[in-house]
Design a protein around this ligand. Structure first.
Ligand code: SF4
Ligand code: SF4
Length: 483
């Protein structure tokens, strides 16, 4: 039976080279000491196979997605832009302002439920396949490192020597790698920032000093992660990795070693025993530096490199593939690939909630007006004034938000009979995603106020003829009250 191993220090073990058993794990306090004082590097060996190929396609597709999203126009707006100073979110041609709190709350809830669902059904597949940290590390930084410094064995050999023994050629390779990493990090930071300041705006340098400061901080963090922190981020810093354990169940997809089939491990050709030949290929290729044969581990990001490595070995020794495999079967009593039957009730609950939230969001967005108006009583002065001609005046404020994709002129009137409304400064020109507060003076006959109240309509006309209306109640003296 697979056991759950929560010991987190496996990744600090140096892995690779000739087939040999991984060194025994140091005690936990020693691990903490090691982590704080020095870094034991993991040198994952190259691997090929079906999962590696698929992950590569997924990885580069995601990189293209990261790069292109702020550049692709949808309905005249970028496909995505998170404008923090402007307090606006542009998503797939829809502009969300602080007036759309409902939509932002729904989006946040949906993102949370998606993560819950992913963890519940697919376990840590997000970590190994789609997390930006993994994608950049596996498909940008590691290929650069391999191209400049060579295969994992070579890197480990030279890195393990004292620096005083490094030849000039190895120093030169190190320097070239750091320069290449610095450039790649500059690109990564630019791509990240383009999601916030916009792609074309970033290229034109249209961003403030705040963005420069944030970008510089991010550059430092990204560079540190690429050259030093790496897989430790998943183990020590990522909160999602931490609470995924609570979201997963025995029905979640995991990478597992089939202990019943693999044990007892026996080396050599003429052998009797389990299918595992203790070649340690699965350990050598692991980017987290762990041995999956020891059971589920927090460090495992479900990247499937060990599956590809072991499948290769099984083919060579004439055994069926899948000694290490993706499975939903935690007791290893048989192969249970992911299917509708293996989904737990929790997964269906997440799907149900997600469908309701998505439905609400779609209906809300589709029925949403591109112009939002909010009418309120002016806070200064009297609630109403009785004019010498016998009429009653109210001062109100009208907030108009232009949620469309272009600048427009807006005119405010009141279609309510008997009401006269004056809005100084009309027509107002409002840029896309901006709002304008106007002050209006409304005059109505005293006789129109029933019980001291008079409902009225406010109409805002966009220059292309789109009308938007709102209602408001004016206050005044009761029509039948004696003066
Ligand atoms: S790669 Fe497969 S055969 Fe080799 S040690 Fe790992 S589990 Fe055993
Ligand atoms: S144990 Fe296997 S799936 Fe898990 S991180 Fe290592 S190589 Fe990837």
């Amino acid at each position: 039976m697979n056991t759950v191993n929560t010991n987190q220090d496996q990744q600090l073990v140096q892995i690779g080279g000739s087939p040999k058993a991984p060194p025994p794990r140091p005690p936990e306090d020693e691990v903490e000491k090691k982590f704080l004082i020095r870094r034991d590097w993991v040198y994952p060996a190259d691997v090929s196979g079906r999962f590696r190929k698929t992950r590569k396609i997924v990885g580069y597709s995601l990189l293209a997605f990261f790069v292109l999203m702020p550049w692709i126009p949808v309905g005249g707006m970028p496909a995505v832009r998170v404008d923090i100073p402007g307090r606006q979110l542009t998503l797939l041609g829809q502009l969300f302002t602080p007036h759309d709190t409902w939509a932002l709350a729904l989006l946040g809830l949906m993102a949370t439920i998606v993560l819950f669902f992913m963890a519940s059904v697919f376990g840590r597949v997000w970590c190994g396949w789609a997390c930006p940290q993994t994608v950049w590390l596996d498909w940008v930084y590691r290929p650069i490192e391999r191209a400049i410094e060579g295969k994992s064995n070579k890197r480990r050999k030279w890195d393990s020597k004292p620096k005083s023994e490094w030849p000039a050629s190895w120093w030169a390779r190190k320097a070239a790698k750091w320069v290449a990493f610095a450039l790649a990090t500059g690109v990564a930071t630019g791509i990240f920032m383009s999601w916030f300041v916009g792609g074309p705006e970033l290229l034109r340098g249209e961003f403030g000093s705040g963005a420069i400061t944030v970008g510089a901080g991010l550059y430092f963090v990204f560079f540190l992660d690429a050259v030093w922190f790496r897989e430790q981020l998943c183990l020590y810093a990522c909160p999602y990795a931490r609470f995924q354990g609570a979201l997963m169940s025995e029905k979640s997809l995991v990478v597992a070693y089939d202990e019943q089939r693999g044990e007892p491990r026996v080396k050599g050709k003429n052998r009797e025993g389990g299918d595992c030949i203790s070649c340690n290929r699965c350990v050598q290729v692991c980017p987290s530096g762990i041995d999956i044969r020891e059971g589920d581990q927090l460090s495992c990001i479900a990247c499937a490199s060990c599956i590809d490595a072991c499948d290769e070995v099984m083919l060579k020794i004439g055994k069926p593939k899948g000694l290490i495999r993706y499975t939903t079967d935690r007791d290893a009593t048989g192969v249970k690939p992911l299917s509708v039957k293996t989904l737990g009730r929790r997964s269906f609950l997440y799907l149900g909630i997600l469908s309701v939230l998505l439905g609400g969001l779609v209906v809300g967005v589709v029925t949403r007006s591109p112009v939002k108006i909010a009418v309120a009583r002016a806070v200064s002065g009297a609630i109403y004034n009785e004019l010498p001609d016998g009429r009653v005046s109210n001062q109100i404020t009208i907030n108009v938000s232009n949620r469309g994709d272009a600048e427009h002129g807006f005119t405010v009137t009141s279609p309510t009979e008997g009401i006269e409304m004056t809005v100084p400064g009309q027509p107002w020109t409002i840029a896309s995603g901006h709002e304008q507060r106007m002050t209006a003076f409304v005059v109505a006959p005293r006789a129109a106020f029933a019980g001291g109240r008079l409902p009225m309509e406010v109409q805002v006309d966009r220059d292309d003829g789109l009308p938007t209306t709102a209602t408001f109640t004016l206050l005044g003296p009761s029509a039948d009250a004696t003066r």
